[in-house]
Structure formats: structure tokens, C-alpha cells
Design a protein around this ligand. Structure first.
Ligand code: C2E
Ligand code: CA
Ligand code: CA
Length: 528
């Protein structure tokens, strides 16, 4: 995967994570807001129903009181007449005052103040009514010059009237429940506001009433029309400040949504990153058996005949071949190396099983890592596998570096078990570690592989140029075999051979080969 692809993938990943985190939160929030709005509308409907019943009831009672005045037999404004007015005013809770006026609307008498002759009502004339029904019922909304001087709602008919407090229309604990709502009662025939709760803007209410059905994004409201009277009520939700809005926001839904989103996004990111990470890709490779093996011939330096090969693993990643240095450390670190070792063995036996069975003098060296040398697991796999193929234990050799002796005691024991089973064990990369020498003394092994870095300096004037020679001498003393690695030039081969190294490996002889190429190579050098 190149840099651009990686960048694009990372960007895609971020987008996915953000969407995954925000989508449930957003959906949760919208859903919660909708349900909150529905709940609010239901509440407003309840308030509106109660308000309309109340307004109709007050109107009915006032016109009932008017009807009673009409039935009074006494002469208008006579003492008995005034007595009757007072009785009516008293018996109807809603009636504040009752009285009479003449044809021109001039005041004649009032239950509160008596006859006009008393002087107070002298010259007081009712203006034209705000509303008049077909059958002669009239209404004045908001008269202030009546007895008491307070704002009154007046209903009249045939020269007599009742006055009431307009607040009656919207009073009533029954529909005040919940957050204070704006309630307004409207006369629908003349579009006049009869009464409103305090702090309700009459003009705004009328505007709302006229533009019904409701405008979406302002505070929600509902309109209820009476079927029996020219009345309607408009109930609007209380106007909320930003702080109130924040407080009533469906936080639980929002936070729940965010939490769910993050959880999901985290899971998605974890999954994707795992899949895209080197580790994820490597475990994919193990699962899909994406490893191939190259065989680098090992030759007898005296005869230049091939004696065996080292199995070198490669990762076939799409159309690329990945060298082991790039993934073996990761595989060791992430616990995938044992599976890889097993796949290398399977491949070796599959590709070279027949060859090894036919030519018993050849061997293949397999590289092991620390976990393979801590338990007998690999040995337990190896034994039956070669037995099935008819390959002798001597034909599979083991290479172990110093790094794989982490648990020295266990390694010692496992190495001795390999040797006991007939597998020669080589100490790989000899000389590059801190304690190659002590390992050579402590571990009983069959051979060592001189690291390429010491072979490289052969023939040069460098101080290390004689190290290879010293290692060979030491190996002779300890009676272990020597394989020199990384021989690229003839003079290196000649020098090492002259110093006593028996075997060599390197590009001078052959680069790592496919199984078929290796078989051909072995045949060629056999004939040599
Ligand atoms: P190594 O065991 O020291 O293997 C020798 C490495 O040197 C190989 O590299 C080989 O291709 C390279 N080589 C051989 N001759 C020459 C030469 O003349 N010149 C140069 N410049 N290089 C030469 P490779 O295949 O990349 O392997 C690298 C390392 O990966 C190996 O070092 C070994 O430690 C490890 N490895 C390879 N296969 C396996 C395996 O199956 N399991 C484990 N655990 N490790 C493996
Ligand atoms: Ca090796
Ligand atoms: Ca080596």
C-alpha cells in the first residue's frame, strides 16, 4: 500500500468514524425533538380544549344572565328593577355589574351605582358594539369607563347589559397546568381578541390565528374553534430562552446517541485498523497461507557440490514478495511466528518431500524463533510430518540465532531434544550477538553459521577481517561444523576453505531458488 493510498484510507477511516459517531446522535436527537414537540402539542391541545370549554361556558352564563334581566317585569331602573339587577349580579358569579341603557346607548342605571339620576353615569354613552349577532346580542370588548373603572367585557341586548371581567375567559386552574402557556380567546366573526393571559401579545395572537395552520418553526401553538359560538382560542407554548431551551433539550437522547455512536465508531475503527494494520494483514496472511519458501543452496567448499539448502520464507503480498526481515520480527512480537514456522515446514515437505526421500544425502535447514525453542511443540509437529513423507530426521536441520535463546534453560532442553531426535542444530548469525562464545560452550550444537558481516571483510584490511578465521579455528577446537554465509566472491570462498570452513552459502554459488530450480541446481552440482 503506497503513501497516497494510506492517506486516502486514513481519511476514509476518519470520515467513517465521524459519521458513525454522529449519525446515531443526530438521529436520536431529531427523534427526541420530534417526540418532545409531539408531547408539547398534546399538552397544548389539552389546554386549548379546557380553555374553549371555559370560554363557551362564560359566554353561555353571561347571556343567561342577560336573559334573566329581560324577564324582569318591573319598570326599567325603578327600585324593584334595580333590586332584581342586584340579585342577578349576585347570583351569577361571572357578572360584575348589570344595568340598562336607552336607545341611544346612554346609561340609565347600574346594579352597582343605581339610577343615572345619582349623577355618576350622567352623560355616559356606550360606543358602537364591537360585535353584534344576527339576533341582536351585542358585545363590547375592553370598556374601561364602566362602574369601577376596570376593564370590562360587556354583553348587551334590548337596552340592558351585563359586565364581566374579561379575565374570566382565561382564568381557571384546570388549564394552567404545566409550563405557563399563552392563552387568548378570540371573537372569530370580527377577529377581536376578547381576553388573553398576561404577557400575551394580542396582535401576535391574531396574526397566528389568521395564518393558521401553524407556522412550523416558531413556538408551537394550537387553535380551537367553537362549533356553537363565534369563538376560538389560541394557545401558544411559552417562549423559551436559550437557557430554558438548553435545559429542556433531550440531553439523555443526545448523550445516549453520542455514546452509542462512539461505541459503534470505536468498534468500527478498531475493526478497520486491525484489518489494515501490519499485524492484521500478517494474521490474514497466516490464515490464507500466503507464504512461500525460497531455497538457498549450501555447498561443500571443497567440491562445490550442493549438500542441502536453507529454507527462507517470503510473504506473497498481492503481487509483491516481502522479505522476512520485514515481517519476522512482527510475527515474533505478535505471536504469529509458530504458525509461520509450521507453514514453512509444510511447504518444504510438499515441495521437496519427494526429492529428500529420493536423495537421502540432502538436507534442508529451517530457521526457528524463540517460541519454537521454548517448548517441544514444533518437534511434535516435525516428527510425524517427516515420518509421513519418508524423510529422515537427519534431512531436516535447525537454525537458531542467539536471539532465540531468551529462555536459555528451555532452549537448551529443546535443542537437546531436537538433536536427540536426529536433527542437527546450527547456531545462526554466529559472532553478531554478545555471547556467541558462551553459547557455543553452554549449548551442545552441531554447527555454526558465520555471519555474512565477517565474510564481507575477508580480504580487506579491516580489523575484523580475521574474525572469520578465528571462528573457524574455535569451531575446529569444539568439533562443530562451519557454514560460512553470504559468500559473494571467489576469493572469500577460497580463503574460508583454506582456513578450514567446510561449507558455504551465498550468491557466489546461488541466490535463493524456487524448489524446482533448487532441484535442478542440486542435480547439476551432483554431476560436477
Ligand atoms: P539468515 O538466516 O541469516 O538468512 C540468510 C539471509 O541472507 C537470507 O536473507 C539470504 O537471502 C541472504 N543471503 C544469502 N546469501 C547472500 C549473499 O551472498 N549476499 C547477500 N547480501 N545476502 C545473502 P533473507 O531470505 O532475507 O532472510 C533474512 C532473515 O530472515 C534470515 O537470515 C533469517 O534470520 C530470517 N528468516 C528467513 N526465513 C525464516 C523462517 O522461515 N523462519 C524464521 N524464524 N526466520 C526466517
Ligand atoms: Ca538462517
Ligand atoms: Ca544467518
Amino acid at each position: 500500500m503506497n503513501k497516497i493510498q494510506r492517506g486516502a484510507l486514513a481519511a476514509l477511516l476518519i470520515v467513517i468514524v465521524v459519521i458513525a459517531a454522529l449519525a446515531p446522535a443526530g438521529i436520536g436527537f431529531l427523534f427526541a425533538q420530534r417526540s418532545q414537540r409531539q408531547a408539547e402539542t398534546t399538552r397544548l391541545n389539552t389546554v386549548a380544549d379546557a380553555a374553549l370549554i371555559r370560554a363557551e361556558d362564560v359566554t353561555r352564563r353571561l347571556s343567561g344572565a342577560l336573559g334573566e334581566i329581560g324577564k324582569v317585569a318591573a319598570a326599567p331602573c325603578s327600585q324593584p328593577y334595580l333590586r332584581e339587577l342586584r340579585r342577578i349580579a349576585l347570583t351569577h358569579r361571572q357578572v360584575r355589574d348589570a344595568g340598562a341603557y336607552d336607545r341611544d346607548g346612554r346609561w340609565q342605571c347600574s346594579s352597582l351605582l343605581g339610577a343615572v339620576s345619582a349623577g355618576t353615569l350622567d352623560g355616559l354613552t356606550l360606543p358602537a358594539p364591537d360585535w353584534r349577532s344576527r339576533d341582536g346580542l351585542m358585545a363590547w370588548y375592553g370598556l374601561t369607563r364602566l362602574p369601577g373603572g376596570e376593564l370590562s367585557l360587556v354583553m348587551g341586548r334590548n337596552g340592558f347589559y351585563v359586565a364581566a371581567d374579561p379575565a374570566l375567559y382565561i382564568d381557571g386552574a384546570d388549564f394552567r397546568a404545566g409550563p405557563a402557556s399563552g392563552v387568548a380567546v378570540i371573537n372569530t366573526e370580527v377577529s377581536r381578541v376578547i381576553a388573553t393571559t398576561p404577557a400575551t401579545d394580542a396582535a401576535a395572537v391574531l396574526a397566528v390565528y389568521r395564518t393558521a395552520p401553524p407556522v412550523r418553526d416558531c413556538s408551537p401553538y394550537v387553535v380551537r374553534r367553537s362549533v356553537s359560538m363565534p369563538l376560538a382560542v389560541v394557545v401558544s407554548a411559552p417562549h423559551q430562552s436559550v437557557r430554558q431551551r438548553l435545559r429542556t433539550l433531550p440531553w439523555a437522547w443526545l448523550l445516549g446517541g453520542v455514546a452509542a455512536g462512539l461505541l459503534f465508531a470505536g468498534w468500527a475503527a478498531f475493526f478497520i485498523v486491525r484489518r489494515l494494520s501490519p499485524r492484521g494483514q500478517l494474521s490474514d496472511a497466516v490464515r490464507r497461507h500466503q507464504f512461500i519458501v525460497a531455497y538457498q543452496p549450501i555447498v561443500d567448499l571443497a567440491t562445490r557440490r550442493c549438500v542441502g539448502a536453507e529454507a527462507l520464507v517470503r510473504w506473497k503480498y498481492h503481487d509483491r514478495i516481502v522479505r522476512p526481515d520485514h515481517f519476522i520480527p512482527l510475527a515474533e512480537h505478535r505471536g504469529l511466528i509458530q504458525a509461520i514456522t509450521d507453514q514453512v515446514l509444510d511447504t518444504v515437505l510438499l515441495e521437496l518431500g519427494d526429492f529428500l526421500r529420493h536423495y537421502g544425502e540432502y538436507y534442508v535447514s529451517v530457521n526457528l524463533s524463540a517460541p519454537d525453542l521454548t517448548t517441544h511443540r514444533f518437534l511434535d509437529v516435525l516428527g510425524p510430518a517427516i515420518a509421513r513423507q519418508g524423510v529422515r530426521p537427519q534431512q531436516i536441520r535447525i537454525e537458531a540465532t542467539e536471539r532465540s535463546f531468551l529462555d536459555a534453560e528451555a532452549a537448551k532442553e529443546v535443542i537437546s531434544a531436537f538433536r536427540h531426535a536426529g536433527h542437527a542444530v546450527y547456531l545462526d548469525d554466529f559472532g553478531t550477538g554478545y555471547s556467541s562464545l558462551s553459547h557455543l560452550q553452554n549449548f551442545r550444537i552441531d554447527g555454526l553459521k558465520i555471519d555474512k558481516s565477517f565474510v564481507d571483510t575477508v580480504g580487506q584490511d579491516a580489523a575484523s577481517s580475521s574474525v572469520a578465521s578465528h571462528i573457524i579455528d574455535m569451531a575446529a577446537t569444539l568439533d562443530v561444523q562451519v557454514v560460512a554465509e553470504g559468500i559473494e566472491r571467489e576469493e572469500q570462498a577460497a580463503y574460508l576453505h583454506a582456513r578450514g570452513a567446510q561449507f558455504g552459502q551465498g550468491w557466489l554459488f546461488s541466490a535463493p531458488l524456487s524448489a524446482a530450480e533448487f532441484i535442478r541446481y542440486a542435480g547439476k552440482t551432483r554431476g560436477a
